[in-house]
Design a protein around this ligand. Sequence first.
Ligand code: FAD
Ligand code: NAD
Length: 484
Amino acid sequence: MARSFDVVVIGAGPAGYVAAIRCAQLGLRTACIDRWVNEAGEPAPGGTCLNVGCIPSKALLQSSELYVQACEHFSEHGITVNGLSVDLERMQTRKQQVVKQLTDGVASLFKANHIAWLQGTGTVVSGTAVEFCAHANPDRRETLKTNNVILASGSQPIALDAAPIDGERIVDSSGALAFTEVPKRLGIIGAGVIGLELGSVWQRLGSEVVLLEAQDEFLPAADHQIAHEAFKTFSQQKLDIRLGARVVSTQRSKKQVTVNYQHGDEEHQLKVDYLVVAVGRRPYTENLFSPASELLLDERGFVDVDEYCSTNLPGVYAVGDVVRGPMLAHKGSEEGVAVAEYIASGHKHVVNRETIPSVIYTHPEIAWVGATEQELRAKGVAAHAGTFPLTASGRAKAMGATTGMVKILADAGTDRVLGAHIIAPMASELIAELVVAMEFSASSEDLARTIHAHPTLSEVVHEAALAVDGRPIHMVARKRSGPK
Ligand code: FAD
Ligand code: NAD
């Protein structure tokens, strides 16, 4: 007899596994199908994020930052270290241990919540009927009965014809997380989030890193003032970011890649030991549905959904990277929760896309939420800007990390916070206060009147809020500024 569930989730990344857990918490009989297999050939839930994305990249960013601290900054504190070196094998083993602990953690949560974790491929065949093909038994196909399906199949790297991935010298982000030697010369195509994070890892460990970015503008989605500050800081860190560089072709020899690129009318050549292609990601829908199901995709290949993540098929929803919106783990998880609650209760709630924070985990980190100054200006929204530099923060000085700033944008009429932009150590943590402020429709005055512990980096947020009204305490007050 066919196995029957209330909900079948396809994909166990942060969108799918969170949706499955929430469904189970709400009493729904839930199955989660996932096809991921790790290096050891074992099924590993967690998708891109846990296996080859958010988590392993942050593990290597942490290790490499500690190395820089030990090499360049311990001596300022009177700490002498002799014979410092990098054991890359150990570093990579630690990274894998962190990943394994977390993927095992998801498997335990599935078990504790009585979720059927089905290891293999799921395909919507018609209506809400899902065909399951197990890893262990690929010749057998089982049709699962269910009233609801949540598609959470994620995304994959965009390939570049001019630089085809060979898995040895020309790699994608997964390859760049798994290098077994520190490249002497590393080329990266794309100076976006992955390019900057992975470029930072290998630069810190000793690589000469060149990033080739097709656009003329650096981080166009970020506030221009922050992007400008970031470009200056990364250049000082010797990340060689070449804007307006269009890769035309690559040639591979045994141990080298030659990259031919154009800058304006000029042709250039770059020789590197390894090349990373990091030019964005695209939705992954292979084997997700049969044509007979008539599931609709949009013109860019995303599963087409409305604001509630409903597809054109009744009872079929889609969440995470496979649908429109930023490709971020926390965005997918929130969509997963919203859909689970809708299925269980019939109560619809929209994920507030205005308050999804973005973070780039460089040093210093970059984080933002809401509108940028240029977006407000383009929309003709009058706003006041309050900025405050880290140089004037006691905590930042004690940490030896004074590069950066906080910028808050508030509506000129109502003072409501419309956006916040940070370049600072732990910007990823600092931004949470501003996300909450925006969720609660706070004004900059609310933040200015909130007590922040001393000495903390969060005082910089407080001072930036005071600066919106031209009254920061630890900086000579300037008249209000901002888009008019
Ligand atoms: P995924 O995590 O891609 O999971 C989809 C799962 O579905 C996979 O396990 C896949 O194998 C499975 N699947 C697909 N099709 C089927 C099928 N037919 N049957 C069964 N299983 C199927 N985001 C952040 O928010 N913060 C970060 O710091 C961050 N860092 C990143 C670093 C890197 C190097 C990369 C590549 C990405 C990073 N991201 C980060 C993005 C983040 O990983 C994604 O936004 C997130 O993983 C998307 O979650 P998802 O559940 O939609 O899809
Ligand atoms: P991205 O969109 O951030 O950056 C890609 C860059 O490549 C862009 O700047 C683009 O202009 C450039 N580019 C595109 N085609 C090019 C070409 N032919 N030559 C040179 N440059 C080219 O994408 P990504 O860095 O690949 O990351 C993919 C996704 O993963 C992103 O959507 C991001 O949200 C997610 N991610 C998030 C985090 C995080 O939240 N910290 C970290 C890593 C990845």
